[in-house]
Design a protein around this ligand. Sequence first.
Ligand code: AHG
Ligand code: MN
Ligand code: MN
Length: 343
Amino acid sequence: MISLADTPLPTIPRSAPPELALPVGTTLDRFILREQNAFPFATGELSQLLRDIALASKIVNREINRAGLIDVTGASGTDNVQGEAQQKLDVIANIRFIRALRNGGEVCAIISEEDDDMILTGNANGKYVVAIDPLDGSSNIDVNVSIGTIFSIYRRISPVGSDATVADFLQGGRRQVAAGYVLYGSSTILIFTTGQGVNGFTLDHSLGEYILSHATMQQLRTGSIFSCNDGNMADYPDYVQTYLHTCRQRRLTSRYIGSLVADFHRNLIKGGIYLYPPTQKTPFGKLRLLYECFPMGFIAEQAGGQASDGQQAVLDVTPTELHQRSALYVGSPVLVNELLATR
Ligand code: AHG
Ligand code: MN
Ligand code: MN
């Protein structure tokens, strides 16, 4: 018998390109397995669910990359539950994620930005429910600007084997067992947390694998970026206007992409604050609590950041409706606290 432990690795010839000598790194699958093994009673179902989401995101990524070539840009001609025009890619991404979650078998129900009602997957024995924004920042699709996917996972509270109920989704942000986002940007990156910190995986297109690239992400305590839709300024609550005025006086940098995922990700890495206050058009805020604010709030807190709705930590908001909206102020804790101190 040959013991590999005793066998030295073959050396790479000096003449070989340097990248050949570098290890590829940790794949998402291996990382998930390692996290799962750290929990003695883990059954692997959540791991499988995360892998299903990763697979669907790779398919969506492929379709986004070919968008200009396969007639998937532009409006689909339909509206979603919020009365917003659906883009063709909104609809396609929605189908891809729902299909992957249904086929995976771990999820008994889904709510999506693109569907009015809760979707029962037919897997009554699935232990989990998923809330998803399949395509975030859809106004940026046609102009080749970064877009994303946001997801939030709960363990169901209804009995396994029965139909899921709306209450499974209204448990509150602190009951999320996992949350994450995929950013389809200059590279494609999947960021997620299961409550054990935040890790990021960059898609290596040549391998078709997500590889750990951002281990144990930490939100910078402070930063110099503020991100909001300046056109709505006159509608913002007075204290938000006052705070933004001080940001300008201090010559902070204004950066706003209009895709929550992209704006959040930049501020997570560089330090900053993202604001979507209530406006006249959206008096309760524009962003959706269950599949935008809760998952981003969970990730922010896990990375040492802060997320508020202006009154309380966003994760403490009690949800009452599936497509409920909320204001959101999220990012570096120093900046979020400065904003809240101006109330
Ligand atoms: P979605 O495309 O999923 O509807 O989300 C759009 C959201 C969010 O991603 C972004 O930060 C915000 O809407 C932008 O809104 P404004 O265009 O009003 O600034
Ligand atoms: Mn969105
Ligand atoms: Mn969306």
